[in-house]
Structures are given as C-alpha cells and as structure tokens.
Design a protein around this ligand. Structure first.
Ligand code: UDP
Length: 455
C-alpha cells in the first residue's frame, strides 16, 4: 500500500485521550497510511520522538491556548472553548499546507469529545472518522442521554435497565450522569459526543468485540461501528511485533526511575501498584486511608502520587523515599510497571486506559472509582469480566483503610484471587487475539484503511 492516503488525527489534549489516538495513528501508519498528528505546541514538546513508531507520524501544531476566566462559565467550559478556538484557527492552515506540500489530506480522525472537528473536515471537503476512547458500555449511556431515552429513578436501590447492558445500580452509571449537577459542562461535552455519530463516515471504538459483545452488537444496530482496541502499545501485546515500548508521549515527567530497580528486588506478584491516573483529585482523608491501608497490608507498594497531589500525603509519606515496604513516585511508565513480574495487583481509579492496560498485561485490579466513566468501568471489572474487586465507600464517601486491606487481600490471596487471576489471563489472551494479525480489531483497522484509500 502506498503512502498517498493521508489523515489528520486530532486528540483531546489529555493523557488518557492522547494515548489511544497515538496508538491508533501507529497502527494506521504501520498499514501504510500517512498520518499527521495535530496537537498544541506544548503537548507536542512532550512527544518522545526517538521512539520508533513516532518517527512514522508527522506532527503539526496549533497554538497553545490560555485559560481566562469568563463570568458565568465554569473552568471546563472555558477550557473546551479555548481549545476549540485554537484548533479551529490552526487546522485549515495545516490542511492547506499539506495540500501545497503534495500531501493532500483525505480525512480527519477526531476524538469523540471534539465533534465539531467533523464540521472542519466537511468544510474542507474531507471525510471524518470519530474515535471513542471510552468503553462502548459508557458510550451507550451517553447515546441514550443524547436521544433522551435514558430513564433513571432517583429512588434508593432503583435499577437501570439498558439494552445490551447488565442490570446497573444508579451509582454504576458515570458520576456525571447520576449526579447531573456536579460538572454540567463536562456532562454536555460527553452527551454531545453523539452529535456527529450519524454524520461521521466511520465510528471507531477503543475496545474489542469479545470484551463488550452484547453492547457492541446493540450499538451496531444503530450505525456501523468498528472496534480497534485495545490500543495498548504493540510490543506489550505481542513481543514478536516490533513496536513502541511506551505511548511515546507523556504530559508528566517522572522525577526518578528508581522504581525499576526497586521492583527488581521484589518477589513475583508481591507488589501492589497504585495509581489514580492523570486527573483524579482525591481528598486528604482518602489519601490518608489509602496510605494507612497500604502500610498495614503484608505487601510492598509502588504508589504514583502526581506532584499536584503530594501535599495531601500524610506526614511520613514522602515522594522518592525508598523503603523496603513502599515507594512513592510522581509518575512512572505504567506499562513498564504493569508488565513487571513483581506486580501482583493494581489499585486503580479504573480509567479506561488503565483498565485495558491491566487486562492486556494480565494484572488483577482493585478498583476505587473517582469520577466520570470510572464507576461504570468498575461495575464491569468487578461483576462482568470479574478481573478485580471494587472498593465500597463508607457513608461519607470514603474507602477506609480496612476496606483497602480486605480488597487487596481478596485479589492477592485465596479462592477469589485465584478466580480473578484465571479471568485476567483469559481476557489477556482474547485481547491479544483481537489485535493480532487477522483478529477482530486488526481486521477492522485494515478495513478502515481500505475504505480510506478508496474514499
Ligand atoms: N500513566 C502513566 N504513568 C503513570 C500514571 C498513568 O503512564 O504514572 C498513563 C497510563 O498508562 C494511562 C494514562 O496515563 O495510559 C491514564 O489514562 P486513564 O484512562 O487510565 O486515566 P485518566 O488519566 O484519563 O483518568
């Protein structure tokens, strides 16, 4: 296949959205598509361009945007509007520049939370492919909201029944849905993901067929969709595939890599890896309970506490302080950690990338969902895929130290732990099958490329 077919990829500039888009770009590029990844100047500076597959992707930048307070608008609304202005101003110039350089663009692949990218594509005579970076189950909930068909009762103990989905409690829905007043602008953003669902030329989902079989089949009755996940760097899925050993872009800089040597000193499957992703904002009380719970387990722990969260750590818990029992770092290569032989369990917020990574790397999870889709992901992890357990909150919305210990023990030991480990390995194999040559996600990417070529 030649490299004539050229797409622009526009991710939403957050770590959890950039990672899957970048990996999709790698896959497209490995199948002969010319890919230009469009992001802001400051995000582009965090690209690790020395990484093999990033070399195959062109990078174009749009101006950085500043956040200025506007009366009556919340911070998320301002952020979204500022990003939109930056992209809208820059993208037509990029399309023109590429045409003038002899590389005319055929389509834009855009993140579902920036649906107005399709307007830019169409105004420039281009096709549009929308990428959903959340699970299909979560997408379907926002789809129902968009269509006005989500009926929920606020009564204690009420159940939510949706086609293709397990019976869910109110608090299994994304937090923004069961608490609609918490972040109205974010809720709007997520519901509007479906504003271009019908008009887009392709609809891509970062999941795989067997993982979300029923809900994907239901979604496909609405419009043709394609699963292309899990978008975890290929080297970790199949060592035979030469590829990236990381995502190739990190908005956070680790201060130290001491975790690598520290993990080497530990026994197999003896360490709890703890991370709440790139955005979660835990209360000081919650941090204290986690800290004390981890201290009281018999396991060692490696805990990622981002710089912005470190002031919430209890006294005696300091970043980079390396002890036999625990190590706290400000950031790490999560893929390296999850694939280390000594990691036996992942105490996680249940972000979708973290969930897929744990699945692909075969690590059982203890899920402590914080917000957005994490509550729904936790429901599936604990009750559907049964690859982990979900922590229960007390009456004040806190997961206590005792609960942390019980959940970690459940996953690390005993019959429940053994069942979870068996399930994890089953899903790991199915995930590898999906992205390996001829697997469902691989076929879908190939078909997408064929259609792009002939579009
Ligand atoms: N991540 C990382 N190092 C860390 C913590 C997280 O590389 O120390 C990566 C992780 O591998 C994942 C992403 O950051 O790909 C977080 O995405 P996720 O969807 O799990 O959560 P979010 O940050 O969007 O809440």
């Amino acid at each position: 296949m030649g490299t004539n077919t050229h797409v622009l990829a526009i991710p939403f500039p957050l770590q959890g959205h950039i990672n899957p888009m970048l990996q999709l770009c790698n896959r497209l590029s490995s199948k002969g598509v010319r890919v230009t990844f469009v992001t802001t100047v400051s995000v582009s500076k965090t690209l690790q361009t020395k990484t093999g597959s990033i070399n195959l992707i062109n990078i174009e930048t749009v101006p950085d945007f500043t956040i200025q307070e506007v009366d009556g608008l919340d911070i998320y609304e301002i952020y979204i509007r500022s990003f939109r202005a930056s992209i809208t101003n820059g993208i037509s110039d990029i399309i023109k520049k590429q045409r003038d350089s002899g590389f005319p663009v055929k389509a834009i692949v855009y993140d579902s939370v920036i649906p107005w990218s399709l307007d830019i594509a169409n105004e420039n005579g281009l096709k549009g492919a929308v990428l959903f970076t959340q699970p299909c189950a979560v997408s379907s909930i926002f789809y129902h909201m968009h269509k006005g068909t989500l009926e929920i009762s606020r009564d204690e103990g009420s159940e939510v029944l949706l086609p293709g989905m397990p019976v869910m409690g109110l608090k299994d829905l994304p937090t923004l849905v069961y608490d609609m007043n918490s972040y109205p602008s974010l809720l709007r953003l997520l519901v509007e993901q479906f504003s271009t669902f019908e008009k887009a030329d392709w609809r891509l989902f970062n999941t795989f067929d067997k993982l979300e079989d029923e809900i994907l089949k239901w979604m496909a009755t609405k419009y043709p969709i394609r699963t292309i996940g899990p978008t975890v760097p290929s080297m970790y899925i199949d060592k035979r595939i030469q590829g990236n050993n990381d995502y190739g872009l990190s908005l956070f800089k680790p201060k130290t890599e001491s975790w690598a040597e520290w993990l080497d000193t530990k026994d197999d499957q003896s360490v709890i890896y703890v991370s709440f992703g790139s955005l979660a904002d835990l209360s000081e009380k919650q941090m204290e309970e986690i800290a004390l719970g981890l201290t009281e387990t018999k396991c060692s722990f490696l805990w990622v506490v981002r710089d912005s969260e470190q002031s919430k750590l209890p006294q005696d818990f300091t970043s980079d302080q390396l002890t036999e029992k625990g190590l706290i770092v400000n950031w790490c290569s999560q893929l390296e950690v999850l694939s280390h032989r000594s990691v036996g369990c992942f105490l996680t917020h249940g972000g979708w990338n973290s969930t897929l990574e744990a699945l692909v790397l075969g690590v059982p999870m203890v899920v402590m969902p914080q917000w957005t889709d994490q509550t729904t992901n936790a429901k599936f992890i604990a009750d559907v895929w049964r690859t982990g357990v979900r922590c229960k909150e007390n009456g004040n919305g806190i997961v206590t130290r005792e609960e942390v210990i019980v959940c970690v023990n459940d996953v690390m030991k005993g019959e429940r732990g053994r069942e979870i480990r068996r399930n994890v390995l089953k899903w790991k194999d199915l995930a590898i099958e999906a992205v390996s040559e001829g697997g469902s996600s691989d076929k879908n990417v190939t078909e997408f490329v064929t259609e792009l070529k002939s579009a």
